[in-house]
Design a protein around this ligand. Structure first.
Ligand SMILES: [Zn+2]
Length: 316
């Protein structure tokens, strides 16, 4: 899919992860249209070729557990009232919705990052799915009643309740997002999930960080037809808090060397990060990355990487 813009033709982007909703939840004065406080705005998406953007419901750790489901509902409300209320923004719940996007329309997909807000109540998860959540990440960095996260020192896997969660996601054709899981949680979940992805994770082989996936994990995810979204978090790209577009390219090359050419995309994590990749300070800068991609790879590969690998994989 290409987005025509005046006489310039720019490539369509699917971005599997951002935290715009969290920022707008914390600061109700932020405008999605063009706030300088956001890395992703409607204007930025329109200018840079954003075609489908995933918006994560991520409840900040400081929210009391009893208030987390209420907060998730508040973020769904923000998604409808402040994102989808923009005339160009269209709610994406199926492949057909993506196919039906017209020129100058942008799809918005609702995702959940971490199941903390459902406690041990499957009805709460079903409610979020009814409200249009299309991808569910089981944990953030720590443990919840579903599984352990990547930074939980105990390092356990999926709980009994967690298996019920994965079964529900399978039944309803919902992406099961493995990013943020502990390694044990990753393997337990991958075994059971019919529609696994890792929306924002990089290769541990190039940058050793508990949030990144090792080669066996990446290969196993690819074997189960999953897609991995390379993320722009500097700490997951190279050691330290700075990284360059070249680092992103290295992770792309590595994942491709494991067989991922058709199962790789991007999950920027814009608005969830404080340190930025050099020349990639916001969504508006995607063109700096795309220029490098166009210089180095085939047009077909770039289209897949930017858009089609994720959208082709969407199970609904
Ligand atoms: Zn995250």
């Amino acid at each position: 899919m290409k987005v025509k813009q005046g006489r310039r033709i720019i490539l369509a982007i699917f971005d599997a992860h951002c935290d715009v909703l969290m920022k707008m939840f914390i600061d109700p004065d932020i405008s999605f249209l063009d706030s300088a406080k956001l890395h992703i705005t409607k204007r930025g998406l329109l200018d840079a070729g954003g075609k489908v953007q995933c918006f994560a419901i991520y409840i900040p750790e400081k929210v009391h557990p009893d208030m987390r489901f209420q907060s998730a509902l508040a973020m769904v409300d923000i998604f409808h009232e402040k994102i989808l209320s923009e005339p160009e923004m269209k709610f994406i719940r199926s492949k057909t919705d993506i196919d039906n996007l017209k020129e100058k329309e942008i799809g918005a997909m609702l995702t959940l990052e971490g199941c903390d807000c459902i406690g041990n109540d499957l009805l709460k998860l079903k409610t979020l799915l009814h409200l249009g959540v299309s991808s569910v990440g089981l944990t953030w960095n720590y443990a919840n009643l579903v599984a352990d996260g990547a930074l939980e020192t105990r390092g356990s896997g999926l709980t009994r309740f967690g298996t019920e969660v994965v079964t529900l996601l399978n039944e309803q054709s919902i992406w099961c997002d493995l990013s943020h899981l502990s390694e044990a949680g990753f393997w337990d979940t991958l075994k059971r999930a019919d529609f696994p992805i890792a929306s924002h994770s990089n290769a541990n082989n190039l940058c050793s960080h508990p949030r990144n996936l090792n080669d066996s994990q990446i290969k196993a995810l690819l074997q189960k037809n999953g897609v991995i979204g390379v993320t722009f978090v500097p700490q997951f790209l190279s050691s330290g808090y700075s990284a360059s577009i070249k680092d992103i390219l290295n992770h792309i090359d590595h994942i491709c060397s494991l067989g991922g050419e058709k199962q790789i995309g991007f999950g920027s994590d814009f608005d969830g990060i404080e340190h930025m990749v050099d020349k990639l300070a916001s969504f508006n800068d995607y063109h700096n990355l795309i220029n490098e991609l166009n210089r180095l790879y085939s047009a077909e590969f770039v289209k897949g990487l930017l858009f089609e690998n994720f959208t082709r994989n969407f199970p609904r």
